[in-house]
Design a protein around this ligand. Structure first.
Ligand code: GLC
Length: 651
């Protein structure tokens, strides 16, 4: 369901407020401590929940605009016409795509990218995009015009179609922008006019905003990202409780909503408040472990892209980074360097059997540690934290590379494992019983290629392939170069399963039958080949693109984008697709899902300027490689000594 009319009007008009105030009053650059002190205060609402509140009045300005049509500003003047604009664009996109889907050859934007800016020299496979359906030209066209002219006409068709899809995506992305006190601070998860049940899709999700934020950064629109970073930072330290229990202080919310509420003591005016959800209202009450990790990754990308390092240097931002790190690096009962989390703590935010040490969290954790290390200002007080961070980086990369990796060779080793080994140098450290190797895996594992498994626990390997975790392991250099190439080899070898009719499967394969019943709790939304249970999520395109660019194989991503382009706009930008081959729009999928739109745009922007991907990539550094090789050559027994001053993990 779309936002209520009054809310939509408020948002639209709020866009005009900066014209009145000149600049965002919440973030004066000169105040590096807390930008909110004078404007924002906490309000206790709905029992123990707190909200962030912007205390200056806004409605009277809005009323002035409405009644007198003053000022206007971009959004103020265009509010009435925006929906017309959209439907107009949609129509144009549809009518053009009808012709172009038959005429395109898929090479247009790869060629274009090649001309513009290959990241590591020339791309060597200009002909990789061999799509039978798009290579065949209409016979009548061939008959009537020369080959050269056909080429040109075809290229023009494709370009017009693709341009119109991109234009539509940008319009939709801008329409999804959420304003707070007159400034853009995020994008709403979905703006689906056909859905009657909004749930929390009208909120700004931290993880969903990342592709939106990257798209805006790549377009040179930095304010929305800066505002998002600083406002969510304020939410981080809010007091939060769930049935009298408070989670760790560094926790970032899963999402937040801008609410318009009556101003205390004044019936004629309203004010806006930020209302965060840390999981205490989320379906299943899941803690969003990934939010803080994404926040750090976006913060670094913001600095790298805009060149404005003043945000990451602010004391409150530095404190925010440290709070997240402390929460993640805190001592617990863990024997492993991987982060121990509950089910549903990331993109897969409901029960799917990923509790323990899921790959997605580990890859984001590793990436966030590297990003934080780059941004933390050296100061005496943080020496211990930085030491802990470095130790963890080494232990984590060793652990994942060594124990999560699987390919034909490793699979065969596991198949021949001895079990019940009680010793310090056991080969089968986690006591994996070979019978766990599922029949599907024996068939599925290609001769060339491999991947990182989904999870590792005592006597348990989750052999499912999880896309985000594998892609982000490439992007962050958690996987070695060889492993990274092998993951992409596997994506190519298993194209029909992972990409099929719409990129990209969130995981493979689906849980079925009794396994589905037990592991998901018979979740009707997560039936086999739907939603989190091996559904296909177009948003993952941007991560596939970054990973492919990093490995200098952008043509793989280009091919996936081309497939998405055939139907994503026509299908109204769904959240996910169902069935083994991603043929149906997801059973309960939202339409106009913002991160599907933004994911597509980021993929396109990066393919046309691959060097820009460096704002997300972290390269393996030599210090780590050294420490890593010392670790491999060291005798594991020596690490058990009591004198060791550094924290030790099972590696
Ligand atoms: C679903 C997804 C989650 C996403 C949210 C908002 O719950 O599983 O990853 O953040 O929708 O789009």
């Amino acid at each position: 369901m779309a936002m209520g009319t009054s809310e939509a009007v408020l948002q639209v008009f709020s866009g005009a407020v900066p014209c009145l105030f000149g600049s965002d009053p919440c973030f004066s650059k000169s105040d590096s401590m807390s930008p909110f002190k004078s404007h924002i205060k906490s309000v206790k609402k709905r029992g123990s929940r707190y909200m962030l509140k912007c205390s200056y009045m806004i409605r009277s300005h809005i009323m002035t605009h409405r009644l007198h049509g003053v000022g206007g500003g971009l959004y103020g003047n265009t509010s009435i016409h925006r929906s017309q604009l959209q439907s107009c664009k949609c129509q144009r996109a549809d009518s053009v795509s009808g012709i172009a889907s038959e005429a395109g050859n898929g090479t247009w934007f790869v060629d274009n990218a090649k001309k513009r800016n290959p990241i590591n020299g020339v791309m060597d496979t200009p002909n990789v995009l061999e799509f039978q359906d798009v290579q065949e030209l209409k016979p009548e066209m061939e008959g009537s015009i020369s080959n050269g002219a056909v080429e040109t006409a075809r290229d023009t068709f494709v370009k017009v179609r693709v341009d119109s899809i991109e234009d539509e995506a940008w319009d939709l992305l801008r329409e999804s922008m959420v304003y707070y006190c007159g400034s853009p601070i995020g994008t709403i998860a979905a703006k689906d006019p056909t859905s009657s049940n909004v749930l929390n899709y009208d909120q700004v999700f931290i993880r969903d905003f990342i592709p939106s934020g990257i798209a805006f950064l790549l377009k040179g629109e930095y304010d929305i990202v800066r505002n998002f970073i600083l406002h969510t930072l304020q939410l981080q330290s809010w007091e939060k409780t769930m049935d009298c229990h408070s989670p760790g202080q560094g926790l970032m919310p899963a999402s937040f909503k801008v609410r318009t509420v009556p101003l205390d003591g004044d019936d004629s005016a309203t004010e806006e408040v930020l209302d965060p959800d840390f999981g205490e209202a989320a379906i299943g009450r899941v803690a969003p472990v990934d939010s803080g990790l994404w926040w750090i990754i976006l913060l670094r990308a913001y600095g790298k892209c805009s060149g404005d390092l003043s945000v990451q240097e602010r004391i409150d931002v530095q404190t925010g980074i440290k709070m997240i790190l402390r929460l993640c690096l805190a001592d617990g009962f863990d024997m492993f360097p991987t982060l121990l989390v509950t089910d549903g703590s990331c993109m897969i935010d409901r029960r799917m059997g990923i509790h323990g040490h899921p790959l997605e969290i580990q890859a984001l954790f590793y990436s966030a540690l590297l990003c934080a290390r780059e941004m933390l200002a050296p100061e005496d007080g943080s020496a211990d934290l930085i030491r802990a961070l470095n130790n963890r980086l080494v232990a984590l990369s060793f652990h994942i590379r060594e124990y999560y990796w699987i390919d034909m060779k490793k699979l065969n080793e596991i198949y021949r494992y001895k079990t019940e080994e009680y010793s310090y140098d056991a080969v089968n450290k986690f006591n994996i019983y070979p019978d766990q190797i599922s029949p599907w895996l024996v068939e599925w594992m290609p001769n060339k290629g491999g991947y990182l498994i989904g999870n590792l626990q005592p006597a348990h390997m989750d052999f499912r392939f999880f896309s985000l975790g594998n892609l982000w392991s490439i992007i962050s250099s958690l996987a070695t170069m060889d492993q990274s190439h092998a993951i992409l080899d596997l994506v190519e070898a298993k194209w029909g399963d992972l990409v099929a009719d719409m990129p990209l499967k969130i995981c493979y394969p689906a849980l079925e039958g009794q396994e589905w019943q037990i592991i998901t709790g018979s979740d009707p939304k997560n039936t086999p080949w739907s939603y989190h249970n091996a559904g296909s999520w177009p948003t993952l395109l941007w991560q596939l693109t970054v990973a492919c660019i990093k490995m200098d194989r952008p043509q793989i991503a280009a091919k996936a984008v081309e497939i998405a382009e055939r139907r994503i706009a026509r299908d109204k930008w769904p959240e996910y697709y169902d069935t083994k081959k991603a043929r149906f729009i997801g059973k309960q999928a939202r339409l106009f899902q913002t991160w599907s739109i933004a994911g597509y745009l980021v993929a396109k922007l990066l393919l046309s300027d691959p060097t820009a991907a460096k704002i997300l990539i972290t390269e393996e550094d030599s210090e780590l490689v050294n420490a890593f090789s010392c670790m491999i050559s060291a005798n594991p027994r020596r690490k058990r000594g009591r004198k060791s001053s550094t924290q030790t993990f099972i590696v």
